[in-house]
Design a protein. Structure first.
Length: 175
């Protein structure tokens, strides 16, 4: 099985465990994160195979789990979990070069603001902001002015229909 499909299968199982232990918000967040792995049909460019069928079935199972209504007060409160992915490419650059932090918010909220933050000691400081596209994509170009390691994350604030979220930290090394 492909790695993303394995991650979705594990997420479906983990979400079920969280639901059974009375943690519906966390279960929704796990499912939303798994669904954020996909853009378009599963393996759309690949030849039909059992792997494609399995990936498509896993995506359908994750969507069904998210929409099942078995999440107690998490749905009643009107809070829906968001998933936000982040990629840093390249993660190591020479001084004077630039890199890109990009990712997606799922479900998309076109035109809303994504906040790029950098860790400074024990706090996070604002670097810049950007708007999300219609498919939830955001992107930031970074060109550090000194050598060292820099830790970044992207934050999206809550909306009326969804709770806020942030990405995992990404480390940039400048030599």
């Amino acid at each position: 099985m492909i790695p993303d499909a394995e991650a979705v299968a594990e997420a479906i199982s983990r979400a079920g465990d969280l639901r059974r232990t009375g943690e519906p918000k966390q279960a929704l967040a796990v499912i939303a994160e798994a669904l954020a792995l996909w853009r378009g049909p599963a393996l759309a460019a690949a030849d039909p195979s059992p792997t494609v069928g399995r990936a498509t079935a896993l995506r359908a199972a994750a969507s069904s789990t998210r929409n099942s209504g078995d999440f107690g007060q998490a749905r009643e409160l009107g809070e829906q979990a968001m998933a936000m992915s982040a990629y840093l490419t390249p993660a190591a650059i020479k001084l004077g070069a630039s890199t890109l932090v990009y990712g997606y918010l799922n479900p998309p909220h076109a035109g809303t603001t994504a906040y790029l933050q950098r860790r400074s000691g024990t706090t996070w400081v604002a670097v810049t902001t950007g708007k999300q596209t219609a498919n939830g994509k955001y992107a930031f170009s970074i060109k550090p002015t000194a050598r060292g390691s820099y830790t970044y994350r992207v934050v999206w604030l809550a909306a009326a229909d969804h709770q806020g979220t942030r990405t995992a930290s990404k480390v940039l090394t400048v030599s």
